[in-house]
Design a protein. Structure first.
Ligand code: AMP
Length: 403
């Protein structure tokens, strides 16, 4: 089945066309600056030259139209017509507690996505514009919503509740939802497969999945089901990240707002965009820049790296304890897949817990699936490049086939 995967943001739209039977990427690309001046489309067809063009994109429908043109173009295209594309899979950031699985999009699903606008004010409306644009331009094509929150819906209440008055859960749905769920699901299923277990039902298997990128989250996964995860009501919770502050004493918010006469918008900007390793180092949110600066003696860059490793370890350790042990750690996303220094810091000194990383494997293997643990290590340390688009395409195929 050929599935078009759409990840619509407020002014950008990423796409991939995948052949699910061959697990092959046919084309991918990005529309940038939708609704702004100088919009552009970057298109990368497999086996052909990539190209970049300026196309008028006043809205998401125009962007989807440009994507369709690129996919069917005589020179750069990969299909003759959109009739060859069987279905569309949409990444949707927030499904609230409505969806624990991906779902065929209909009017009720659209209503539920809209009901979650308040929980994800930047992403869900953008995801919806992507859905509506596809409906307009490809009427009748089956479409599936794949939610970032869905995989985390198996968390028990003791893990997803906050210690606030119960009415805020009942009336305002304040609880932990988590994020990066499609990535945690993909790597946990791959981990089970690599370890010779049934990926859909790996009974007794205990994993900590570490999605470490510009945004970072960890999940405790037992029997293939999430028991806990570090992102909360929003993606701000967890370890400090590229520009997000992660876990802080909640009283700091009111204290700073009063002291500096800050608005909610100000504090939101500070905690989401100006904090994290960028805020600590003053250098960059990118770990490559931080490691280069630390090597040259920049102490705040080193502090930011130390804090990240320490906070990730603390969360990972709490999950291992909560699960009563662990069979594998799974590293993924930009830092998890590429940053050998950070993986080493996170796993250092844990031999007593049965976690031993092989320095040589850790520093030489990159970008493909690998076990970085020593032979003697009781716990596997897996590097698994994430592939959220493939997961979305596979879900779409399964749901459309069974519809
Ligand atoms: P992501 O959000 O998953 O795309 O991850 C992006 C982040 O991965 C970047 O901001 C970098 O901090 C990090 N990253 C990517 N490549 C490397 C690398 N080779 N070494 C260290 N960090 C990297």
């Amino acid at each position: 089945m050929k599935v078009l995967v759409i990840n619509a943001g407020s002014s950008s739209l990423k796409y991939q066309l995948l052949d699910t039977a061959k697990q092959e990427l046919l084309a991918k690309g990005l529309c940038e600056r939708i609704g702004l001046d100088a919009p552009r489309l970057k298109h990368e067809p497999a086996g052909k030259d990539k190209y970049e063009v300026q196309v008028a994109m006043p809205d998401h429908a125009a962007a989807i139209s440009a994507v369709i043109e690129a996919l069917t173009d005589a020179d750069h295209g990969v299909v003759k017509s959109m009739d060859e594309v069987d279905a569309v899979g949409h990444r949707v950031v927030h499904g609230g507690d409505f969806y624990a699985e991906s779902v065929l999009i209909d009017e009720d699903v659209k209503k539920a996505i809209k009901a979650c606008y308040g929980l994800s004010p930047l992403h869900n409306p953008a995801n919806m514009t992507g859905i509506e644009a596809c409906e307009k331009l490809m009427p009748g094509k089956p479409m599936v919503a794949v939610f970032d929150t869905a995989f985390h819906q198996t968390m028990p209440a003791r893990a997803f509740m906050y210690g606030l008055p119960y009415k805020y859960y009942e009336e305002d749905r304040i609880r932990r939802y988590g994020a990066h769920g499609t990535s945690h699901r993909y790597v946990s299923q791959r981990a089970a497969d690599i370890m010779g277990r049934d990926p859909k039902n790996p009974e007794g298997l205990r994993l900590v999945t570490l999605h470490l990128g510009n945004g970072s989250s960890l999940a405790a996964v037992v029997d293939g089901k999430v028991q806990d995860t570090s992102m909360g009501l929003t993606p701000l919770e967890g370890p400090l990240m590229g520009t997000r502050c992660g876990n802080i004493d909640p009283a700091i918010v009111g204290y700073l707002m009063d002291k500096h006469n800050l608005s909610t918008k100000d504090i939101d900007r500070i905690m989401n965009k100006e904090s994290g390793v960028l805020g600590i180092s003053g250098v960059s949110s990118d770990f490559r820049d931080l490691e280069a600066a630390a090597k040259e003696g920049n102490e705040r860059a080193q502090l930011a790296l130390d804090m990240f490793a320490y906070q990730v370890r603390k969360i990972m350790g709490s999950y291992i304890f909560a699960m009563g042990g662990v069979d594998a750690l799974v590293f993924t996303a930009g830092i998890g897949e590429n940053d050998a220094y950070m993986r080493k810091q996170i796993c250092a000194g844990l031999a007593d817990l049965g976690i031993e990383i092989d320095d040589e494997k850790n520093s030489s293997l990159r970008g493909k699936e690998a076990d970085l643990a020593t032979e003697a290590s009781k716990v596997r340390v897996l590097l698994i490049p994430t592939n959220e688009e493939l997961m979305i395409a596979k879900d779409t195929e399964e749901i459309v086939k069974n519809a």
